[in-house]
Design a protein around this ligand. Structure first.
Ligand code: ADP
Ligand code: MG
Length: 426
């Protein structure tokens, strides 16, 4: 069980202490009974039992790893996320349950969440795949939160988004993203199902509950818009029609001209509205039954507050943007060089631009290239600066998605380093 994961972890080198712990080095194929041997720098004593247990990441296997040079680190103390940085961006990882289809094709679990914040990733090489044997390695990450497979929607909402709803009530702008490959659980996390509503619906539900408590303080009104960015075209998901043009408004910032804003009164009515909106998301010609893996859906919730204090009128508006991003599988790039080479290919410009903005924010650059895409233009007032952001990286537990999971985790690991102080937006 998860609790059995070692609290104190022995690391091989000081470098590893920053974010990476090589953990798993399991024998495969012919090597089942040879022991001990060294893989990935670790001496690992194999046994018949470990052969059996390689079907999943086993705590006993992790505990058995012997690093060459000992250095003890308590990850919860030494590796706190955002150390030295602002806590305005929080990064969470959610592992979805393994699917029936994955089980049927013999997929095994290659990732595990532990102690609320830790993610362990281990490559389970296929027996026939000899070359991958050489690259067998494990990784260890710490985030602001790590949600295991059995985490429910309410828990994800409370941990990642509730505090942002509070911020919006105070007139601040905040944003929540779901990032990850297609099928990793982004839409489930954001929208959810009628039976099991996700962050978008739970945030609105909670917002109405909080407003009820504050009803004596002044007037509040809630408006919402639901839009899509697909192929650099912005469309209204609640009132589908022609493409919308983005323009800069002195007071409101970047706005999509003609976008409908709904006055919302209850969360139930909103769920039906959003489900309807999701039906309007663009589908790719080759995958007619699926909502597109290349479209970004953005729910904007505006909370306007006004009250009379003495003789003057106090008013403020906060905006919460909840974003179900396009699948990251074709646009994963963690460094500028890869970003540029990918930009030449006709892949998702908005997702790449978002990665560039995050890179620029991570590096503490003065100029953040928000203008490079429709998505980043729309997020200009909700990312960086004094805005609070929650990033939920969604991953599949299956070893068949290992590459995508690894890329998503690297991306998320980098995102948590964002410094929001001193950024100048263009
Ligand atoms: P994405 O939007 O990232 O492409 P989806 O949210 O559509 O992925 O998830 C893919 C499938 O997995 C869907 O059938 C969804 O219902 C299911 N799923 C995803 N996350 C969970 C979860 N946490 N619990 C149960 N089912 C999930
Ligand atoms: Mg989706």
């Amino acid at each position: 069980t998860l609790a059995a994961f070692p609290k104190k972890i022995e690391l091989a080198t000081e470098d590893d202490a920053t974010s990476v712990l090589k953990i798993n080095a399991l024998n495969i194929g012919d090597n089942v009974n040879s022991s001990p041997h060294i893989v990935g720098g670790y001496q690992y004593k194999s046994s018949a039992r470990s052969y059996k247990s390689r079907n999943s990441l086993d705590n006993a296997d992790v505990a058995k790893l012997k690093p060459r040079k000992k250095l003890t680190l308590d990850p919860t103390q030494e590796c706190t996320p955002n150390k030295g940085h602002s806590d305005r961006i929080r990064v969470y990882v959610r592992i979805r349950p393994i699917s029936k289809k994955e089980k049927e094709v013999g997929a095994r679990c290659c990732v595990k969440a532990a102690n609320g914040k830790e993610i362990y990733l281990t490559e389970m090489a296929l027996e026939s795949d000899y070359l991958r044997l050489k690259r067998l390695k494990g990784r260890y990450f710490i985030f602001d939160g790590a949600f295991p497979e059995n985490t429910n929607q309410e828990e994800v909402y409370r941990t990642s988004t509730e505090q942002l709803v509070e911020a919006v009530l105070e007139g601040k702008n905040s944003s929540v993203f779901c990032y990850g490959a297609t099928g990793a659980g982004k839409t489930f996390t954001m929208l959810g199902t009628m039976k099991d509503p996700g962050v978008m619906v739970l945030a609105l539900k909670d917002l109405f509950a909080k407003l009820k408590q504050r009803s004596s303080e002044g007037e509040h009104s809630v408006r919402l818009s639901y839009l899509e960015v697909y192929n650099e075209t912005v469309r209204d998901l609640l009132s589908p029609g022609r493409a919308l043009v983005l323009r800069e408004d002195l007071k409101q910032g970047i706005v999509a001209a003609g976008l409908t804003q709904y006055k919302a009164c209850s969360a139930d009515e909103v769920m039906a509205l959003l489900q309807q909106g999701n039906q309007n998301r663009t589908t790719e010609p080759t995958r007619l039954n699926e909502t597109s893996s290349r479209s970004h859906a953005i729910l904007q919730i505006f909370v306007e507050y006004s009250a009379r204090v003495g003789v003057s009128l106090v008013s403020r508006t906060g905006k919460l943007s909840l974003i179900d991003l396009a699948g990251s599988e074709r646009a994963i790039a963690t460094d500028q060089r890869t970003l540029r080479s990918l930009e030449g290919a006709n892949i998702n410009r908005s997702l790449l631009a978002l990665s560039s903005c995050i890179s620029a924010l991570v590096e503490g650059k003065k100029h953040i290239p928000f203008r490079n895409s429709k998505l980043t233009q729309l997020l200009k007032d909700s990312l960086g600066g004094s805005c609070q952001t929650a990033m939920i990286a969604n991953i599949s537990p299956s070893n068949m998605s290992f590459g995508e999971t690894q890329n998503t985790l690297y991306w998320a690991d980098r995102a948590k380093e964002i410094r929001t102080k001193g950024c100048v937006t263009n």
